[in-house]
Design a protein around this ligand. Structure first.
Ligand code: TPP
Length: 275
């Protein structure tokens, strides 16, 4: 009986995350059309990741903190807050406008952002500092950090992994959106970072590599009991997830729709809406 109730709850969470992920994509699409360009692919690749962390991970009543390291992903944060009912959808109309905190590249005064992290590869170090401080104070809150694969091409990220292992922190979980994209193209071609799992695991961290669109795998990565060291979840993702017409873009890092493309994209998005 109890296991049936728990099974029902798991299914409800899975469905909620899938629906929220779709909503994140939809909001990001609308903003891309309205603002005539946006970091749409990042919201497409990381939608399940953001939805899962904010649904079954982050516990604000406990004082948990979410740290977004690649600040240009902020559209995904705003869309997540809208889905959670914590930001009115009308706020997205201010996206990228002068003086608005709904910045295209979010800063510390933007909703859902703790720090200004537009200069990449700093968020993990900042999250580790917070986790260390909280452990020293005996504070049970957890820190959830999201990083991108482009940030693996910066030394600070590896220094941060080193300190994460050195301090033996278990009150922090790191999610990497491995969407094989950065400004100049695919990290695989610009500066190869494979084997990602083995390289991070070599620091002594608890690494798992999953399909970043697999809601069940994301939930397990969030909810499974902590290991002896911090968990790093490498999420393999697709930058055109939900809008496959964008798959062959040479530069998917920033999307402005071409004439007639938004209509095709919307049809693809609507066809993938979870029932
Ligand atoms: C320290 C630093 N170097 C360079 C940049 C310029 N920049 C902005 S986004 C970006 C790509 C980062 O890679 P990733 O986040 O993996 O790319 P995406 O998946 O968003 O295409 C770069 C190099 C920056 N913001 N900060």
């Amino acid at each position: 009986m109890t296991s049936t109730i728990m099974g029902d709850q798991v299914q409800r969470d899975q469905m909620r995350i899938a629906r929220m992920a779709w909503g994140i994509r939809r909001h990001a699409f609308d903003v891309t059309v309205r603002a005539n360009g946006c970091y749409l692919g990042q919201a497409l690749s990381a939608a399940e990741l953001f939805a899962a962390i904010h649904t079954v991970g982050l516990d604000r009543s406990r004082g948990d903190m979410f740290v977004l390291s690649p600040a240009h992903y902020s559209i995904a944060v705003y869309a997540t807050l809208v889905e959670l009912g914590e930001l009115p959808v009308a706020a997205l109309e201010e996206f990228g406008k002068d003086g608005s905190p709904i910045e295209m590249i979010g800063g510390h005064d933007s909703p859902g952002m703790e720090f200004t992290t537009g200069s990449l590869a700093q968020g993990l170090s900042q999250g580790i500092g917070v986790a260390l401080g909280r452990r020293l104070r005996g504070n049970a809150a957890h820190v959830w950090v999201m990083i991108s694969d482009g940030e693996l091409e910066e030394g600070q990220t590896w220094e941060a992994f080193m300190s994460l292992a050195h301090y033996g922190l278990t009150n922090i979980t790191v999610f990497l959106d491995n969407n094989d994209s950065q400004v100049d193209g695919s990290p695989t071609k610009v500066m190869g970072v494979e084997p990602i799992h083995d390289r991070i695991a070599a620091f002594g961290l608890d690494v798992r590599r999953i399909d970043g669109h697999d809601v069940k795998a994301l939930m397990a990565a969030i909810q499974d009991p902590p290991g002896a060291t911090a968990r790093v979840v490498v999420c393999d993702t697709d930058i055109a997830r939900g809008i496959p017409c964008l798959a062959n873009r040479e530069h998917p890092h920033w999307i402005r729709f071409r004439p007639g493309e938004a209509e095709v994209a919307l049809a693809e998005l609507l066809a993938g809406e979870p029932v």
